[in-house]
Design a protein around this ligand. Structure first.
Ligand code: FPP
Length: 240
C-alpha cells in the first residue's frame, strides 16, 4: 500500500461513508440576533470546511450532506426560496474548487422538484466532476428516505424484475445512493436525537453521533471528536 493511502487507512480505519444532518442554522442565527437565512449562509462555510477537511485531512471516500428534506418544503416560502438561492450559489461557486480537489459531486433526491436554475447548476457540477476519483460528495436536496425507497420500488416494478431476484444488493442498486457503500457514521448537529427520514435504508447498521453543537459552529475540532468517537465503537453488525 502506498504511504498516502496507508496514512488515510490509519486515520479512517473502516470508515468509508459519513453522512451529516446539518441542523441548527436557524437557532444559531436567532442566538446571534440575526435573520434565519444568515444562519444558512454561515452554515455554508461550515459545509465547505467540513468537505475540505474530510477530503484532504482524512481522505474520506464518501460524504453525504443533508441540505433539504422533503418535509422542509413546509417552511415559509421566504425561507425555502432563500435556502435554494444559497444552494445555487454553493453549487455554482464551489464546483470548480471541488473539481480541482478531485471531488465527484452527486445529487440525492428528487432533483426535478427543485427550481430550474438550481437543477441546471447541479447538473453542470455533476457533469464537470463525473470522472473524478477522489471523494464522492452527495448533496441530499429535496431528499426523503421513504420516498427514496418508494422510488426504488417503482423503478424495480417498471423494469419487471421478478420478485425472487430482489435481494438487498439489487434493491440498493435502485436507491439514489447506487454505487455508494452504506453509511458508517451518521452525525447530527443541533441537539435533536432523531434521523429525520435521512438514508434510512443505508444507515441500518450505522454508528450514530449526536452533538449539541449548532451546525455553523461545527469545525475541524468537532469533526475530530466525532471520528474519534466512531473509532472507539465496536461494530458487530448483529454478530457477536
Ligand atoms: C438546518 O438548520 C439547515 C437547513 C434546513 C438548511 C440547509 C443547510 C445549509 C444551508 C448548510 C450548507 C449546505 C450545503 C449543502 C453546502 P435549521 O434551519 O433546521 O436550524 P434550526 O433547527 O435551528 O431551526
Amino acid at each position: 500500500m502506498e504511504a498516502a493511502s496507508l496514512a488515510a487507512e490509519e486515520k479512517t480505519g473502516s470508515l468509508r461513508h459519513v453522512a451529516i444532518i446539518m441542523d441548527g442554522n436557524g437557532r444559531w442565527a436567532e442566538c446571534h440576533g440575526l435573520p434565519r437565512l444568515r444562519g444558512h449562509i454561515v452554515g455554508v462555510d461550515s459545509a465547505r470546511s467540513t468537505i475540505r477537511y474530510l477530503n484532504n485531512g482524512y481522505q474520506l471516500k464518501y460524504l453525504t450532506l443533508y441540505g433539504f428534506s422533503t418535509e422542509n418544503w413546509n417552511r415559509s416560502q421566504d425561507e425555502v426560496g432563500g435556502i435554494f438561492r444559497v444552494f445555487e450559489e454553493v453549487v455554482g461557486g464551489m464546483s470548480q474548487e471541488l473539481h480541482k480537489e478531485g471531488v465527484r459531486l452527486r445529487h440525492l433526491g428528487r432533483l426535478e422538484e427543485l427550481p430550474q436554475s438550481l437543477q441546471q447548476e447541479m447538473n453542470k457540477a455533476i457533469k464537470l466532476t463525473e470522472n473524478n476519483t477522489g471523494m464522492t460528495l452527495g448533496f441530499a436536496f429535496s431528499y426523503g428516505g421513504r420516498n427514496e425507497i418508494l422510488d426504488a420500488v417503482r423503478r424495480i416494478l417498471a423494469e419487471g424484475i421478478p420478485p425472487q431476484n430482489i435481494d438487498e444488493e439489487l434493491f440498493s442498486r435502485f436507491l439514489y445512493t447506487t454505487g455508494m457503500p452504506d453509511v458508517d457514521l451518521l452525525i447530527r448537529t443541533g441537539g435533536e436525537l432523531r434521523i429525520s427520514n435521512f438514508l434510512i435504508w443505508q444507515s441500518a447498521y450505522s454508528e450514530y453521533y449526536f452533538t449539541d453543537v449548532l451546525w455553523p459552529d461545527f469545525d475541524e475540532k468537532e469533526i475530530d471528536k466525532a471520528l474519534l468517537a466512531y473509532r472507539q465503537r465496536q461494530r458487530r453488525f448483529g454478530g457477536l
